[in-house]
Design a protein around this ligand. Structure first.
Ligand SMILES: Nc1ncnc2c1ncn2[C@@H]1O[C@H](COP(=O)(O)OP(=O)(O)OP(=O)(O)O)[C@@H](O)[C@H]1O
Ligand SMILES: [Mg+2]
Length: 319
């Protein structure tokens, strides 16, 4: 058992244990525990104000906190780990009156990228985000999406092991969002560990694992399929028949967790594909004529709404 625990913690690039962060009296993060394994893309979801950015700031050592944070084998905020982390903040962090290239050079200098490396890195990164032909442009003259692209590569100039990206695609158009994610996956395949927050569910589907936060705590954790299952407590079969109320009672009597949703019967089961014929059979034997019966895939968005409540989710969409 001890061996196993050791092995797990050795592979973890980031361990957050019982993290609590207060702003004055206000408890923004409340006993949060999770970890990010080496080479993993972990997505953090949660409505506005859930505590995602606060958690990230604590991980970076930018805020006082209670609990334990271990990142890249060191402690939050220490010099020896700083070079191993690339951070793309949620809010704008470039120098408006410097050019694209000057911003990159500035970040390279902060992180101590060697002279020999820096030219190569700058050219490579500008090519990846297609900004090479803009390298002499002042940042203030770039479009929002271009600034976002530049922020991303500034956070990567020192070739960090771990990327911490706080809503990297907020305000980015769909083709560019796709490009960003292709790039994240490439980096990930090269071995980079990524912690990323997003309000986009299609992006969340791209993560190896997700944590869902609300009010400073973790309310769900797992891969996208596991999160969907956790939200519902299982998988879903939808049935429509000529006598739904009666059918509902029949299914409940034999122990199926069933309810009426939008005039149809929703049956929550452990394995919808396997249970479908069984459920149909039960109803047929009781002379219920079935208009249709099918398995329904829950989307991640359905699951998210169930976890955070529709009102919160609406807020986060507009935020
Ligand atoms: N500097 C601060 N002082 C006081 N309260 C703060 C401060 N920063 C954040 N908060 C509060 O802490 C809570 C968590 O905020 P945080 O920015 O971590 O949320 P988030 O999950 O990143 O939200 P979003 O999706 O909008 O980025 C919110 O209620 C916010 O108002
Ligand atoms: Mg945030």
């Amino acid at each position: 058992m001890f061996l196993l625990v050791n092995k797990l913690s050795m592979a973890a690039k980031l361990v957050v244990e019982n993290l609590t962060v207060r702003y004055g009296e206000f408890l923004a993060v409340d006993g949060l525990t999770f970890q990010v394994e080496e080479g993993e893309i972990l997505g953090m979801l949660g409505p506005n104000g859930a505590g995602k950015t606060t958690t990230i700031k604590a991980i970076l050592g930018l805020l006082p906190f209670e609990g334990r944070i271990e990142i890249a084998g060191g402690v939050a905020g220490s010099l020896e780990v700083r070079r191993k982390i690339g951070y793309m903040p949620q809010s704008f962090s470039l120098y408006q009156n410097l050019t694209v290239e000057e911003n990159l050079r500035f970040f390279a200098a902060i992180y101590g990228v060697s002279k020999g490396e820096v030219e190569k890195r700058i050219k490579e990164l500008l090519e990846i985000v297609k900004l090479l032909n803009r390298k002499d442009e002042l940042v203030k003259n770039l479009s929002g999406g271009m600034k976002q692209r530049l922020m991303l590569i500034c956070s990567m100039i020192h070739d960090p092991e771990i990327l911490i990206l706080d809503e990297p695609t907020a305000g980015v158009d769909p083709p560019l969002r796709r490009t960003f994610w292709e790039h994240f996956r490439e980096l990930n395949e090269e071995g980079k560990t990524i912690l990323v927050t997003t309000h986009y569910m299609d992006e969340a589907e791209n993560c190896d694992r997700l944590i869902v936060m609300r009010d400073g705590t973790k309310i769900a954790e797992g891969n996208a399929d596991e999160i969907k299952k956790q939200a519902l407590g299982g998988e879903l079969i939808i049935i429509d028949s000529t006598k739904n109320q009666e059918a509902l009672q029949i299914l409940r009597d034999v122990g199926f967790d069933s309810k009426i949703i939008e005039d149809k019967i929703a049956v929550i089961v452990d394995n919808s594909a396997r249970r479908l014929p069984e459920v149909v059979d039960i109803l047929k034997k009781r002379d219920v004529s079935i208009a249709y019966a099918e398995t329904r895939k829950l989307t991640l968005e359905d699951a998210f709404l169930r976890f955070v409540g529709e009102d919160d989710a609406m807020q986060s969409n507009s935020g």
